[in-house]
Design a protein around this ligand. Structure first.
Ligand code: GCB
Length: 589
């Protein structure tokens, strides 16, 4: 699926703004057919936004179930004879969509786009009523998983991931037009042969006309290569490579031709670069790359997980300020605007699915997750695995052309020390490799499955480790932390694969100070980072460090969290803690 775009043959209309909004705890809307008329209640909600923190009502914040959204849009009159498509960049965690009372699409999974051809349901120049029922309930058959439990105060949503279950329409909704014959997908794979770059392309089309022509232009708009046919390879002498810190992008214009006349055109940004794992090295353009950066979250006051361009630009400004060259989309696919910006900025991305919390033994009460077996016919089972596979396919289908994306992470901290985990994950690595044979694949390993116990790491091209020596273990004892961490890393290094420390961090209450550094103080966070860095620097196979987290973020309430998770180098409103200055020194010097 291609992102909506304005081109010589296409137009798009953004449907963001205030939509009608209704919570429907009893599922009455589906029975009564709310899609056939105006929603009851007259409430309004911003799109895009997580609805949770916008409304001043605890019952709304923690609500789970059906959430109805509706808007009325006028279809541009100039779209007569065109194909008309409704596109939702995300609906968390699933949705059914009606246009003028007719169901047009359903989608499972909260962080990837979906769309419907609505040409036959709308009329150019006329109004169309768009109704979306979003559902945010998590079960054992969702990614991420959750369960509804009966408590003394009623039904409650429980889940095993450490961030708040924000939901709603988090990203833009579009109506767009294409000609009846159109380009439906493009895949590019780039290569390097000395100073010459190659751009292998494959174009898919629908609706008739089948002649394809492509033009590759440099950033100044000068033509550097042309091709014809639905697939081929372009060569670019003296190529300007896409590289970390240098987000140089070419533009690939794809034209669909009928008798020589252009019937559709689409423009794709292309960064020419290679990615390869060799021994314990992670190579970008054949050169060893060391990941410096963060696990992040899409998380802001009021809007929750909604995309916002000002926050996007600001977060990347802070990445640059602190000297980061990369981040992980922990723990779900981020808005595609984020990836496009990473492409432009030369920031490297580890792209993760929403498979987080597949570990019901984790936490020992920390996240309240006891009493379930992770993998069983009644919990995470074959049906979950298929939904997980689909989540991997949709992530890769959406992000395969982004030069910034160098590595797929198919899960964060799942149970991985059991035979059941091994059986669950083996085929999922195949799914990822089938969908993209060009990038390495991995998953993020949890401390409970150290070297020698983990049965899933064998499938990964890289080892991604989340470790909290000096925080969750060896709390406050950084000497022991260093010793134990080093011993574990030395053991992992024997695997002969690159190791990326995908999480390490210490909760820090901004403004909390200690002359003798104690956990929660800014001084302890600094000392913790220094200790960890000394360990990384002593293990050659370590090729990256991603601090947990870029910024403080919202979580469920609990005795382990003070107004959310406070492991940010920045506060939730993006002010630096002392740690941010220390990182800046290490990463920029
Ligand atoms: C982890 C998880 C992350 C949590 C973090 C923490 O291992 O991957 O989602 O937020 O630990 O702070 O406990």
């Amino acid at each position: 699926m291609l992102r909506p775009q304005d081109t010589a043959t296409r137009e798009k209309k953004r449907l963001d703004g205030l939509w009608s909004f209704a919570l429907d705890p009893d599922g009455e809307g589906r029975r009564a057919g709310w899609e056939r008329g105006a929603l009851p209640g007259g409430r309004l909600m911003a799109v895009p936004a997580s609805f949770n923190d916008v409304v001043a009502d605890p019952a709304v914040r923690d609500y789970f179930g059906d959430i109805w959204y509706q808007t009325v849009v006028r279809v541009p009159r100039g779209w007569a004879g065109e194909r008309i498509v409704l596109n939702l960049e995300s609906a968390t965690h699933r949705a059914t969509v009606w246009v003028n009372g007719r169901e047009v699409v359903q989608h499972e999974g909260g962080y990837t786009p979906f769309e419907a051809d609505v040409t036959d349901v709308v009329a150019p120049g006329e109004e169309a009523r768009i109704t979306v029922v979003v559902n945010n309930t998590l079960t054992f058959q969702t990614i991420p998983p959750g369960v509804i439990e009966e408590t003394s105060s009623g039904k409650k949503q429980r889940y095993w991931h450490d961030f708040f279950n924000y939901a709603g329409l988090h990203r833009s909704v579009w109506l767009y037009s294409t000609p009846p014959a159109y380009v439906s997908d493009i895949t590019v794979v780039t290569g390097l042969d000395g100073a010459t770059g190659t751009v292998q392309y494959a174009v898919e089309t629908e609706g008739g006309a089948a002649d394809v022509a492509v033009v590759l232009r440099d950033a100044d708009g000068a033509e550097v290569a042309t091709g014809s046919g639905a697939s081929g390879t372009l060569t670019v002498p003296d190529v300007h490579r896409w590289a970390p810190g240098d987000g140089y992008l070419y533009d690939l214009e794809v034209k669909l031709l009928d008798d020589g006349a252009t019937v559709d055109s689409y423009s794709l940004k292309v960064g020419v670069r290679t990615v390869e794992v060799r021994g314990t090295e992670f190579l970008i353009n054949g050169e060893p790359f060391y990941f410096k950066g963060f696990g992040m979250h899409e998380d802001h006051a009021v809007i929750g997980k909604a995309h916002n361009d000002a926050h996007l630009v600001n977060d990347f400004e802070l990445l640059r300020w602190v000297g980061a060259n990369s981040f992980r989309t922990s723990h779900y696919p981020y808005s595609e605007d984020v990836l496009e910006h990473a492409d432009r900025q030369g920031i490297v991305v580890i792209d993760e699915t929403a498979a987080v919390g597949l570990n019901m033994g984790l936490g020992g009460g920390i996240f309240g997750g006891q009493g379930y077996t992770t993998f069983s016919p009644e919990t995470v089972n074959d049906a979950t695995q298929e939904i997980h596979a689909q989540a991997i396919r949709e992530l890769i289908a959406r992000d395969k052309n982004h030069p910034s994306v160098v590595l797929w992470s198919i899960a964060n901290e799942p149970e991985s020390e059991t035979e059941a985990a091994e059986n669950y994950f083996r085929p999922l690595f195949d799914v990822a490799r089938q969908a993209d044979p060009t990038r390495p694949v991995g998953f993020v390993n949890v401390m409970l499955a150290p070297h020698g116990k983990c049965r899933v790491s064998q499938f990964g091209d890289v080892l991604m480790l989340n470790r909290y020596y000096g925080w969750y273990v060896d709390t406050g004892d950084l000497e022991a932390a260093a010793k134990n961490f080093k011993a574990e890393l030395d053991a992992w290094a024997t695997e002969g694969k690159p190791i990326i420390i995908t999480e390490y961090g210490a909760d820090t209450y901004p403004g909390q100070h200690d002359l003798v550094p104690q956990p929660w103080s800014e001084e302890y966070q600094v000392a913790y980072l220094d200790t960890n860095h000394a360990v990384f620097d002593s293990v050659e196979a370590v090729v990256g460090e991603h601090v947990w987290n870029f910024a403080d973020f919202a979580t469920t309430s609990g005795i382990m969290r003070v107004g959310g998770n406070k492991k940010g180098a920045f506060t939730r409103d993006r002010q630096p803690k002392a740690a941010a200055h220390v990182l800046r020194k290490r990463w920029r010097d």
